[in-house]
Design a protein around this ligand. Sequence first.
Ligand code: GLC
Length: 526
Amino acid sequence: MTDAPNSHVRDMRAVAPWWRDGVLYQIYPRSFRDSDADGVGDLRGIIDGLDYLQWLGVEGVWLSPIYRSPMADYGYDVSDHVDVDPIFGSVDDVDLLVTEAHRRGIGVLFDFVPNHTSIEHRWFQRSRRSRDDEHRDWYWWRDPKADGSPPNNWLSHFAGPAWTLDDATGQYYLHLFLPEQPDLNWANPEVVAAMHDVLRFWLRRGVDGFRIDVVHALAKDARLRDDPPHPQLDALVATLGEAAPRHLRVYSENRPEVHDLIRGIRSVLDEFGAIAVGEVYLLDIAELVRYLGPGDDQLHLAFNFPFLRSAWNAPAMRAVVERTEALFGRIAAWPTWTLSNHDHPRHASRYGAEAVKAAAMLVLSLRGTPFLYYGEELGMPDVNEAAGHDVMGRDPSRAPMRWDRSRRGGFTTAEPWLPLSPPSYNVADQAADPDSVLSFYRRLIAVRRREDALRVGSYEARPAPDDVFAWRRGDEIDVAVNMGGEPLDVGLEGTVIVATERHREGEVVGGRGTTLAPCEGIIVRR
Ligand code: GLC
């Protein structure tokens, strides 16, 4: 335990800071648990779910945004950073959540959305009023080109140009996401100071840190130069179609200036002993590590999107992990492992139901902090359609959590805001079944908590057949997962302490002849 003001009560056996040691769990607040019968999850619902999270063995939660918002991007468009949207509850509910979570040894991370605000934020309302407004320079306003077109070629991540012309003043404003999400100008020190105060507001209420939304985009090229076309565009269009990135975002994102902005945020967090995990959405791990070091003055953790986006394929996964280990190792940065979040199809759907236990073994047994996405511990798939209507966009991976098999899943007593998954993906039934996905997660997390080697031990890849990913943690633990389509001999020796096939737990395996079926994984103490 440290005495930093925000460190919550910890298990005394902990050998590393809680955010390195523990399992973290992402809650999408709309979809976790509804306490007030409006079909949308809320803070009181999350409080009701804390006993479950403690039972599961989770040591920290990250909540997607709960701030006041017109919900054009379900809360990633913030109209007041220091208030809670009434659909989720109140600031008093936050206080209660923090107290109740800490009482159970669970840390609380909020989602900090610094790159943009809602179009309805009072700062933007003022900024758009006139070219002379004192908030004008809080956002990016520029004149049209001579032909009336946008100031440069930057593109929105969602669709079309990153610029929208505002009739009130005849200038364009920048938005890397929706037109309802204008980008803040972090080159303006007033913006920096105001956003630092937002952090302090929640840190004073006991929040333990933040997940930081698109943190790599905070700084923009001061001259707003055009992004160059992607050199492999043709090949990318062939594989990704419309989703292919048209530009290399070298001027609109991942600017060298961003690192000092992050150091500024870090110094605020350090006042409170709080932490930051960055959504650094870059697919080059060599670029990712630049947000974590050298030196301990930027992000504590960052998501690993090459891993999240990897296919269920041992050579591909092993390559991402090896590269992460090599590059992170050089600067003593600590990895994270995540397979699902609110922006991507769930891995149960991408990899198939048969792979979910083996996938959990990866996330929970590699060296680094695992981030689970609510419902993955039930093997929950995407919900693409219900009663004949299609579920669109990113909604399939945001279906409500099922607490029981009743019609509304124990999630709500009203009509849920999105259709529920099939009844079997529910907490009550799976908690009672020792062979369920949920029981497997819980067992694996318990073993992880017990075994220092699994939490903080070194990582080393082990020789194995191509379709098997095998690695060693510390001196005493070996893990192997068969990601191929045939049974394979993995040659481990020792006693099985966790297995995707529960009947193998306790088995003594001896060298050659240790066979794993497809999607089977074992953890062995040598
Ligand atoms: C991040 C969030 C995503 C949101 C976007 C804009 O990528 O994860 O949900 O739409 O930022 O804030």
